[in-house]
Design a protein around this ligand. Structure first.
Ligand code: AMP
Length: 178
């Protein structure tokens, strides 16, 4: 399946979670067997050249694509968890969302010093989530140079923000607007 065919499998829900947001819902892509397999194939194709020692996925939708990608690359998976989920001592990063704030946490002992870690999430919007993920991984000693998404919203400043943080963003499909 082509990237355009994958894009057609992503459902757009207007005004969710708030007025004016076009929510790009990957549920419909995940539920489509051929689409799911093809989306992982396309992610593998991009990631194959990036030399990742580990893949880090952002809870929760980044876990789905990130785990499948790590399996295919033959590397380990690092879960970046929401606050309060890990049973060991963690490091955490707070970051701003459009409304309110959120926190990601990591068990730093599972990241080797200087390991190349590829950040994976479903969607890049402002970049705040991916930058918080990167900061956390870098604090644990990792090198983060690339982030991989299923969807990019290029009219939002995420791509520029990632580039300024030394991260090259990659995405399978793009949607106009917010
Ligand atoms: P950001 O931190 O602004 O780049 O937002 C990225 C995170 O918010 C990702 O984990 C997405 O799952 C979610 N997100 C932000 N905007 C949208 C949108 N328009 N549709 C679906 N998910 C979104």
């Amino acid at each position: 399946m082509s990237r355009d065919e994958l894009k057609a499998l992503i459902r757009t829900v207007p005004d969710f979670p708030s007025h004016g947001i076009q929510f790009r819902d990957i549920t419909t892509l995940l539920a489509h067997g051929e689409g799911l397999a093809a989306s992982i194939d396309h992610l593998v194709e991009i990631a194959a050249d990036l030399g990742a020692d580990k893949v880090a996925g952002i809870e929760a939708r980044g876990f789905i694509f990130g785990t499948a990608l790590a399996l295919r690359l033959g590397v380990g998976f690092v879960p970046l968890r929401k606050a309060g989920k890990l049973p060991v001592e963690t490091i955490g990063e707070d970051y701003a969302l459009e409304y309110g704030s959120a926190r990601l946490e990591l068990d730093p002992s599972i990241v080797d010093d200087n390991a190349h870690v590829l950040v994976v999430d479903d969607l890049l919007a402002t970049g705040g989530t991916a930058i918080a993920a990167t900061n956390l991984l870098r604090r644990a000693g990792a090198r983060v140079e690339h982030a991989l998404f299923v969807v990019d919203l290029p009219e939002l400043p995420g791509g520029k923000a990632l580039a300024e943080a030394g991260i090259t963003p990659h995405a399978l499909v793009e949607f106009a607007g917010h």
